[in-house]
Design a protein around this ligand. Structure first.
Ligand SMILES: O=C(O)[C@H](O)COP(=O)(O)O
Length: 215
């Protein structure tokens, strides 16, 4: 059985300011760095052997901290990037017009073909996330990989493994530096292929991120 750990990056400046990131970027806050060290300790205890990360700055920094704790190299994979949020990237949520908030709400509420103008749909996001996850099956026997990615990207991946539409991803609360685990297996008791073992575990963190307290 292949066990794959899924980690969302640490809290960023824009998470704390409630500014939309998508494939734009902002640095980890001090709290985000601390969260990354805490999840890194958990990853070391879990025996992680490979770290595969989105190439955006916030995931890159989180992956570097986990790699230092685990003594692994990092493979960067752009398929693990956050949803492209088109014209709304870099905008503060409380400055959106009614029309813009409507585009965002359609994504959050789970309209299957919702997309922000010039952005990506949840199905497109989920397809590339599955490709990146399936690439883990090529790693040597006994590997225990950890993917570092983003809230909507990981939410879409876990939702679709559960058989929900990719647009159901906002039904999952995947907090900064939470760990989820998915297994590739052929147990007689479970559906063949990927199954979800845990989603959104934050028991290794000593405090939730600022943006999470506001939700
Ligand atoms: O602002 C965003 O892009 C998303 O809502 C959250 O993305 P993140 O997981 O990269 O913070």
């Amino acid at each position: 059985m292949l066990q794959v750990y899924l980690v969302r990056h640490g809290e960023t400046q824009w998470n704390a300011e409630r500014r939309i990131q998508g494939q734009s970027d902002s640095a980890l806050t001090e709290n985000g760095e601390r969260q990354a060290w805490q999840v890194a300790g958990r990853a070391r205890a879990l025996g992680v052997t490979h770290i595969i990360s989105s190439d955006l700055g916030r995931t890159r920094r989180t992956a570097e901290i986990i790699a230092e704790a685990c003594g692994c190299d990092i493979i960067f994979d752009e398929r693990l990037r956050e949803l492209n949020m088109g014209v709304l990237e870099r905008r503060k949520m409380d400055t959106l017009t009614e029309e813009e908030e409507g585009w965002r709400r359609r994504l959050v509420d789970g309209t299957p073909d919702g997309r922000i103008p010039e952005g990506e749909s949840m199905q497109e996001l989920s397809n590339r996330m599955h490709e990146a996850l399936n690439a883990c099956r090529e790693l040597p026997e006994g590997s225990r990989p950890l993917l570092v990615s983003h809230g909507m990207a990981l939410g879409g991946l876990v939702s679709t493994i559960l058989g929900l539409p990719a647009s159901a991803e906002r039904r999952l609360r995947l907090r900064n530096c939470s760990i989820s685990r998915v297994d590739y297996q052929h147990s007689p008791w479970l559906a063949s292929g990927w199954v979800v073992e845990t989603a959104g575990d934050i028991s290794h963190l000593d405090a939730p991120a600022l943006d999470e307290l506001q939700r």
